[in-house]
Design a protein around this ligand. Structure first.
Ligand SMILES: [Zn+2]
Ligand SMILES: [Zn+2]
Length: 406
């Protein structure tokens, strides 16, 4: 805010339709009971947001006409009644969801599958309201010296850490069980690269299977010991297996491409008794043919992973804060909110050979560091039990949507 007066609106990205992202003036949110309002310090682009942008919906996370973006970190500018854990001025990392901790799945240590998972969107904005449940269960204080854009990588890394833990990889400080195991990571997009880096930090020997030439160096940079570029070998499955001990296949295969072909390859790259994590989510309705004999006689474990839990989020955050995880190397560009439609249009175009692909673009909200006031401009509506936050229509500040998103 340039003139120091009390502003009532902010610039924010709103998804209005399929590939229709607009930057609009919307009311600055206010903090209701238990809530926080943050001034966004940095937000990150994400493959999930790109998917939502391209398809115009997300099965669980977001519907149209809503504030957009879910990876962010920022500074508390207002706290609602009853919040004691955070103060105005605190730098915090809010996760994009929080579980209910009461349903069957939550009680069964599967909070990522919570029947009542509450999602929050609106990272691509100057300010964002954090719902009470996320404040209470899934907001972390950022230590001094850790940058907003690095902390904001917690959300995607939390999904990856959980995927690895579910595949038998431990991130406990005294863990030695994963060391020496071989993992094949299929794909070198942002999630594939997070897998490569996190798996190598956990002591696994990582073989990456990539498509483009630039991804060979990127995969190596993040810890892949060996890289198979699929166009350079006659049979990528044989080539990847040949790099595993005695050619027996990988202990763990991590699929991060999200195509039926990649799922099929992943199954064929595992060793007998191995684990295959089919992490990438192809569009709904996709089916895949798998070799039943191979799965049966090789005693394979096939699994998939969705989302994160408060525990995996904390492990991801700790890994970033420790400095061992090279968060800043994932940031390949920076832009303002006004640039965002252009950034998303560019992300739609597949990177061409020979051009180093973008991993994450940091979105710095303009005016985010000028001490803008966010208080008193809106009356927060009551929390109505809605499950996807970030509604833009009337009452947006406290808005929520009735009914769960499926
Ligand atoms: Zn994300
Ligand atoms: Zn639950």
């Amino acid at each position: 805010m340039q003139d120091g007066s009390l502003r009532r609106t902010m610039r924010a990205a709103v998804l209005r339709g399929k590939e229709d992202l607009r930057i609009e003036d919307v009311p600055i949110p206010a903090a209701g009971p238990g809530e926080l309002v943050l001034r966004v310090g940095a937000a990150l682009t994400c493959g999930t947001d790109l998917k939502v942008y391209r398809r115009g919906y997300h099965a669980k996370m977001l519907t149209l006409d809503r504030l957009f973006g879910h990876e962010l970190a920022g500074t508390v500018v207002e706290r609602g009644q009853g919040v004691t854990a955070f103060a105005v001025g605190d730098r915090v990392l809010p996760l994009n969801s929080a579980p209910c901790d009461q349903c069957f799945f939550c009680r069964n240590q599967q909070q990522n599958l919570c029947d009542d998972l509450l999602f929050n969107n609106g990272a691509y904005a100057e300010f964002i309201r954090i719902p009470a449940r996320i404040v209470e269960k899934n907001t972390l204080r950022i230590p001094e010296g850790v940058r907003f854009e690095d902390a904001a990588l917690t959300e995607p890394l939390a999904c990856v850490i959980r995927g690895l833990e579910e595949s038998g990889v431990s991130f406990a400080p005294d863990a030695g069980s994963s060391a020496g195991k071989t993992a094949i990571v299929l794909g070198a997009g942002p999630i594939g690269l997070l897998f490569i880096h996190a798996a190598s930090l956990a002591g696994l020997r990582v073989i990456a299977v990539v498509k483009r030439r630039d991804q060979v160096a990127t995969a190596q940079h993040f810890g892949a010991e060996q890289v198979v570029r699929i166009s350079e070998v006659p049979d990528p499955i044989a080539a990847a297996r040949a790099l595993t001990p005695e050619g027996r296949g990988a202990d763990i295969v991590l699929e991060a491409v999200a195509t039926p072909e990649a799922w099929q390859w992943a199954v064929q790259m595992a060793r007998k008794g191995g684990m295959v994590n089919l992490f990438g989510g192809p569009p709904s309705g996709t089916t895949v043919a798998l070799d039943t004999n191979l799965i049966h006689y090789s005693d394979l474990t096939l699994k998939a992973s969705f989302h994160h839990t408060p525990a995996s989020a904390r492990r991801a955050f700790d890994l970033i804060v420790s400095g061992r995880f090279r968060a800043k190397d994932f940031h390949t560009g920076a832009a303002t909110i006004e640039d965002l439609p252009r950034v998303f249009r560019a992300m739609l175009t597949r990177p061409t050979e020979g051009v180093v692909a973008e991993i994450k673009t940091i979105i710095f909200p303009e005016g985010s560091s000028d001490g803008a006031e966010a208080t008193g401009s809106q009356t927060a509506g009551a929390q109505t039990g809605g499950r996807v936050e970030g509604e833009v229509s009337a009452g947006m500040a406290g808005g929520s949507v009735g009914g769960r998103q499926r």
